[in-house]
Design a protein around this ligand. Structure first.
Ligand code: FES
Length: 96
């Protein structure tokens, strides 16, 4: 099961999630990483779930069209939309 760490406001929050979990879907049903993850629409539109990947990016799929459209050059800086990712490996992310 993937081990997820969310860094926000200088604090680290870690927990395990089931294989193939989507962090925004989980937060929506009040499971970890709730309440530490900032999110909104869950559909790749609002960009509120934007997170910078600190570790584990090599296991993520290529950005989809929504991520490319919304994040543009920020993709090169390591940012991803958490609502567009289903996780199968450990991941550490930071939200501003
Ligand atoms: S929650 Fe709105 S873009 Fe991810």
């Amino acid at each position: 099961m993937p081990q997820i760490t969310v860094v926000r406001a200088g604090e680290q929050h870690s927990g395990e999630v089931p294989d193939n979990a989507n962090l925004v879907v989980r937060a929506g049903i009040k499971k970890f990483p709730f309440p530490h993850l900032k999110y909104g629409c869950g559909m790749g539109k609002c960009t509120k779930c934007t997170s910078r990947v600190i570790a584990g990016a090599e296991h993520l799929p290529e950005p989809n069209w929504k991520e490319r459209e919304r994040l543009g050059a920020k993709l090169d800086e390591g940012y991803r939309l958490m609502c567009q990712l289903w996780l199968t490996h450990d991941l550490t992310i930071e939200q501003e």
